[in-house]
Write a protein that binds this ligand. Structure first.
Ligand SMILES: O=C(O)CCC(=O)C(=O)O
Ligand SMILES: [Fe+2]
Length: 209
């Protein structure tokens, strides 16, 4: 593992303040500097080094291919027989979640961590789904590390412009209301030489009894 933060600043944070995006059928809110630079550096380093990152095997037509990113999933444990045990949120993840919940006044019981190792990693167009149907799914997204572009496009109104939001070190993005039903998002790959980026998406997972 390379040593970070020795003599040069690797990541800059964005501007303060809350931005809301005036998009049809969407409810998107951004806070560039949700975490301080110190907090963000701490979370970046510890999450990068201490997370058990997995390859995500995604179905692609008839095949299964490795997604171009690493993932790790945590959720509040539920006692279920015949079910594999879930991995609970770590104290650091609980602390991040607490900040997110205080801001949104919404409770989240699961978090997906994505690691984009370099510019060859990304996530292609999709909207977020969970195992159960919750149409207006709320996603609270936190970023540490490299700034990457987050793009949104309307699923049906192709005449609408795509939206491109740079997600900075320590930023917070909320997608609420009908955003997930009407819009798709992606993090495109980039030819720029970039350092790793970690993204956390807090979710509400409803497990069937
Ligand atoms: O990395 C991001 O900002 C987005 C991740 C994402 O879309 C997802 O995990 O569903
Ligand atoms: Fe997503």
């Amino acid at each position: 593992m390379m040593t970070l933060f020795e003599d040069t600043e690797l990541f800059m944070s964005g501007n303060r303040g809350t931005k809301t995006f005036d998009l049809p059928d969407a409810d998107v809110m951004l806070i560039d500097t949700f975490f301080t630079k110190e907090e963000s550096d701490y979370y970046y380093t510890t999450l990068l080094e201490q997370t058990r990152w997995h390859t995500y095997e995604m179905p692609m037509y008839e095949k299964v291919v490795a997604a171009p990113r690493m993932v790790s999933w945590f959720e509040d444990s539920v006692q279920k027989k015949d079910k594999a045990p879930t991995i609970s949120l770590t104290p650091d993840l609980c602390a991040i979640r607490q900040r997110v919940e205080t801001e949104t006044q919404i409770k989240f019981n699961a978090v997906l961590l994505n690691l984009y190792r370099d510019g060859n990693d990304g996530v292609s167009w999709h909207s977020d789904k969970t195992a159960t149907v919750n149409k207006n799914m709320i996603i609270a997204s936190v970023t540490f590390g490299e700034t990457r572009m987050f793009r949104l496009r309307h699923k049906f109104r192709k005449e609408l412009q795509q939206v491109e939001i740079p997600l900075y070190h320590g930023s917070f993005l909320l997608m609420a209301g009908t955003t997930n039903s009407f819009w798709e998002h992606q993090v495109p790959k980039t030819a720029r030489k970039v350092l790793p980026r970690i993204n956390l998406t807090f979710r509400q997972v409803h497990r069937e009894e």
